[in-house]
Every structure is written in C-alpha cells, then in structure tokens.
Design a protein around this ligand. Structure first.
Ligand code: HEM
Ligand code: HEM
Length: 172
C-alpha cells in the first residue's frame, strides 16, 4: 500500500459541508422557512469558492487535473467491463463528469432559489418548476455518485470515502 495525499482540507471541508447543506435543504427543513434560504445561499457560496479553488488550488483540486473527457470516460467504462485497472490519483474521468454535473446543478438550484425571493421572480411558475426539477436531478445524481463511489472502491481496492475524510488514498 502506498499512501498518496490527494484531497486538501478545502476540498474535504467543501465536500462534507455541501453534503450537509444539500441534504438539509432537500430532505429536512421547511422550504418556506428562513433557514432554507440561508443554507441554500451557503451552498451556493461553497460552490463559488470551490470553482475558484479549481483554478488556484492544490494539484488534484484543479479543474486542469480532471478535464471533462468523453473518450477517457468511455475508456474507464471499458476498464470496468473488462476488469483492467488504471488507478487515478485524483478524480477519474467518470468522476469528473459527475462533479461538473453536480456543481452546475447546484448553481441552477441556488440561482432559481434566490430568484424566488426577489420581487421580479416571486411566484413565477417556471422558476419554481426549474428549482424543483433541478433538485430532483441533483438527488438522482447523488444516488448515482454514492453508488459509483462504492462500486469503484470495491473494483480498485481503495477506500474512496475514507480518502475524502483523511485526504489520503491508500493505493495497493
Ligand atoms: C442546496 C440548495 C437547495 C435545495 C436542495 C433546495 C430544495 C428545495 C425543495 C426540495 C423545495 C420544495 C419544492 C416543492 O415545493 O416541491 C424548495 C422550495 C423553495 N426553495 Fe429551495 N433549495 C435550495 C436552495 C434554495 C435557495 C438558495 C433559496 C433562496 C435563497 C431557496 C428558496 C426556495 C423557495 C422560496 C422555495 C419555495 C417555497 C414555497 O413553497 O413557498 N432554495 N427548495
Ligand atoms: C449530498 C450528497 C453528495 C454530494 C452533493 C456530493 C458531491 C461531490 C462533489 C461535488 C465532489 C467533488 C469534490 C471536489 O473535487 O471538490 C465529490 C467527490 C467525492 N464524493 Fe461526494 N457528494 C455527496 C455524497 C457523498 C457521500 C455520501 C460519499 C461517501 C460515501 C461521497 C464520496 C465522495 C468521494 C470519495 C469523492 C471523491 C471521488 C474521487 O475519488 O474522485 N460523496 N462529491
């Protein structure tokens, strides 16, 4: 086993704060309450910080380290089908597609949520609908994300959830 430092504290704090904030707003609090707005704007702020960090952060936190790539993602699917293993220190190609999708969806949720609180868009049907559809899409993505994390952990023999807690990947 080799321990490789992959996720800096900002990435880890971002990740688990996003999990807490998204889960609170999607499942637990009253969407008409003040806490919903505060937590939702906090999530939007987290995403803004993470995007900045994607340009100036540590090596594996940078977007340049995990560019969206369809050919590389198809390659990863091929590896999953054939049992070949290629260990990615940072995010894998499929992981990258999921991350861009999650970040973009969080922005749509936050922006439409904020719009509902403005005079110009209060009570406008399509804004409310866009908020709800984006939340459902994010919920679907989160389920797929968690399933993928566990499947890839098993296939590669690396405890990926633990790496998001400690910052280290223990690579066989
Ligand atoms: C993590 C981000 C967020 C999530 C997961 C989320 C989730 C939700 C959900 C599940 C609903 C209920 C939709 C329904 O009626 O079925 C809702 C409604 C709403 N959300 Fe959000 N939201 C988020 C961010 C925000 C933000 C940033 C704001 C405003 C600053 C906001 C304002 C609202 C408002 C005004 C409603 C409508 C409440 C009503 O029925 O009057 N949301 N949101
Ligand atoms: C609301 C639920 C969740 C959301 C919105 C979410 C979102 C994200 C995002 C945006 C990233 C990219 C991190 C970055 O580079 O900044 C990520 C990565 C990751 N998440 Fe989650 N996540 C959620 C739940 C979970 C859970 C429950 C686990 C653990 C079981 C988990 C494990 C991971 C791991 C291991 C990575 C890194 C994947 C890799 O090795 O490339 N996530 N997640």
């Amino acid at each position: 086993m080799t321990a490789v430092r992959v996720w800096d504290p900002l990435v880890r704090i971002f990740h688990w704060s996003l999990v807490a904030g998204f889960t609170a707003n999607a499942l637990f609090n009253d969407p008409e309450g003040k806490a919903h707005e505060v937590i939702g704007l906090f999530v939007l702020g987290l995403v803004a910080v993470r995007i900045l960090w994607g340009f100036v952060g540590t090596r594996h936190a940078r977007f340049a380290d995990f560019p969206p790539s369809v050919p590389a993602s198809l390659g990863q699917l091929g590896e999953m089908a054939t049992g070949r293993k290629h260990i990615h220190k940072g995010h894998s190609p499929l992981g990258a597609l999921m991350i861009y999708n999650l970040l973009a969806t969080m922005i749509v949720i936050g922006a439409t949520g904020y719009m509902m609180t403005t005079l110009a868009f209060f009570g406008v049907g399509w804004v409310e609908e866009a908020h709800e559809v984006a939340v459902s899409w994010a919920e679907f993505l989160v389920v797929a994300h968690i399933a993928a994390v566990f499947l890839e952990s098993r296939r590669l023999g690396i405890n990926l959830p633990k790496s998001m807690l400690t910052g280290y990947k223990h690579i066989p």
